[in-house]
Structure formats: structure tokens, C-alpha cells
Design a protein around this ligand. Structure first.
Ligand code: 13P
Length: 251
């Protein structure tokens, strides 16, 4: 039985004090509620240590939004996987469409990032998803297939078992346009067929696949109820404590 997961991607938002306030609010709300899924918050790098200090006593884990594909050394401005794991960071978003688009991250780099995370015991939350023109020209399955294969299918079965996948259609990110529950279910099922082909039935059944893109407390229940949708990767709504917790409650 797959575990439900809700992860909050804070992106490049909030000052330090605001971040700390949000964490304190989350701790209070998560304590009061009967929350079933694994909850992960992914604040910006400079807040990770603070977040993971709080996480020791809290009902959430901490993820990073990025990771360096290299081990250590002369890579100005980068943060290594070993630095993240030394701060008890348990997860890392890799392959987000914003990093693919604005920072030119290609399949080769993403493969290296996935490998580095796994070497250091960090769970990759590997993002895939098509753009609007790609969906309109009915290339969405082809695009997602390429992203999943190139980013993950070099892994052996044991390594692959440690990965979470997030399907985030680019046209749904920050737009208020959510994929319909049927569209999400269809793509999640498709991703699972790719995993069956590469790793077999059992690993495909075990893989956690999240949906991301304009996920809110209004649409989460229906999305998370779809077969094969194991929770969400939440952007904007993860910056508001009661909204994020309301989403967590629905997983
Ligand atoms: P929004 O929930 O703001 O659409 O962002 C989704 C996302 O990109 C999460 O990684």
C-alpha cells in the first residue's frame, strides 16, 4: 500500500521571519489535526537548517528545492547533497519545470542530481510535465515518457524504489488552472505503465506519484481520490498554513 505524501514547494518566497512564522503555524495546526500523509516542506536553502531544527519535534519532514550535481569543491554558489543531509534534509525536488526553463537544467544534469541525492540518502521528488503547446499538440505522453526515462530509468530497481515522482503539467503551475482529475489520473496511470515496462508490476505499484499544479483545498480531495494519485506537490497554497494543512487533510 503506497503512502500518501503532500509536499509544499515554497519556491523563492518569504523572508526569514515570515518563514519561521509559517513553520510555527504549521506545527500548531498539524498537531491539532489528524493528518494521514507524510508532510514535507521545501523552504529556500537559507531556511533549511531552521526548518529541520523545528522538524525534529514536528509532524513534517524537510526537503530542498535544488541540489548540486557535484560532490564538493570549486562550484561557487552551489549546495551539495552532503551539506543537505548533514542538516537532516530528507527530500529534494529535482527537475522542476522552473529549473528546466530558467536554469537550463537538461536530462544529463538531472540524472546527475538524482544520483547525487540517492548517494547521500536524500529522496528525490522528480518532477515531470508537459507545457501547454505540448499538450495542445497531443505530445504530452511523449514528453513525460522522455522525462521519466531520461531522468530515472538509468537507476536499478533498488535505487528507483527510493524515488518519488511528481506530475506537474507546466500549464497548471501558478495559473489557477488545475488539471482535471481525469487528466491527472490518466497521466499517473501512463507513468505507471512506463514503470511496469522498465521495472515490473511490483515496483510500479509501490512508486509514489504526486500531482502538482494549482492544487488548493478546493480541488485536492477530488484529485487525491483519483486512482494512482498519491498526494500533491503544492506551490502557492503551501505558503498559507491553514490552506496547506487543509490540503494535507484531504490526502
Ligand atoms: P502552484 O501550486 O503554485 O501551481 O505550484 C505548483 C508547483 O510548481 C509545485 O512544485
Amino acid at each position: 500500500m503506497r503512502k500518501k505524501v503532500v509536499a509544499g514547494n515554497w519556491k523563492m518566497n518569504l523572508g526569514f521571519e515570515e518563514a519561521e512564522e509559517l513553520i510555527e503555524e504549521l506545527i500548531d495546526l498539524l498537531e491539532k489535526e489528524d493528518i494521514k500523509p507524510d508532510v514535507i516542506i521545501c523552504p529556500p536553502y537559507p531556511y533549511l537548517e531552521m526548518a529541520s531544527d523545528y522538524a525534529q519535534e514536528a509532524r513534517f519532514k524537510v526537503g530542498a528545492q535544488n541540489i548540486c550535481p557535484f560532490e564538493s569543491g570549486a562550484y561557487t554558489g552551489e549546495v551539495s547533497a552532503s551539506m543537505l543531509s548533514s542538516m537532516e534534509v530528507t527530500h529534494c525536488i529535482i527537475g522542476h519545470s522552473e529549473r528546466r526553463k530558467y536554469f537550463g537544467e537538461d536530462d544529463k544534469m538531472l540524472t546527475a542530481k538524482v544520483n547525487m541525492a540517492l548517494i547521500h540518502g536524500i529522496t528525490p521528488i522528480f518532477c515531470v510535465g508537459e507545457s501547454l503547446p505540448e499538450r495542445e499538440s497531443e505530445k504530452h505522453f511523449e514528453i513525460v515518457r522522455r522525462q521519466v526515462r531520461h531522468g530515472l530509468f538509468h537507476l536499478d530497481t533498488n535505487e528507483f524504489a527510493k524515488v518519488i515522482i511528481a506530475y506537474e503539467p507546466v500549464w497548471a503551475i501558478g495559473t489557477g488552472i488545475t488539471a482535471s482529475p481525469a487528466q491527472a489520473a490518466e497521466m499517473h496511470a501512463y507513468i505507471r505503465t512506463l514503470i511496469v515496462e522498465r521495472y515490473g508490476e511490483a515496483p510500479a505499484e509501490e512508486t509514489i506519484i504526486l500531482y502538482g499544479g494549482s492544487c488548493t483545498s478546493k480541488n485536492a480531495a477530488e484529485l487525491f481520490a483519483q486512482p494512482g494519485v498519491d498526494g500533491g506537490l503544492v506551490g502557492g497554497a503551501s505558503l498559507i498554513a491553514d490552506e496547506f494543512v487543509a490540503i494535507c487533510k484531504q490526502a
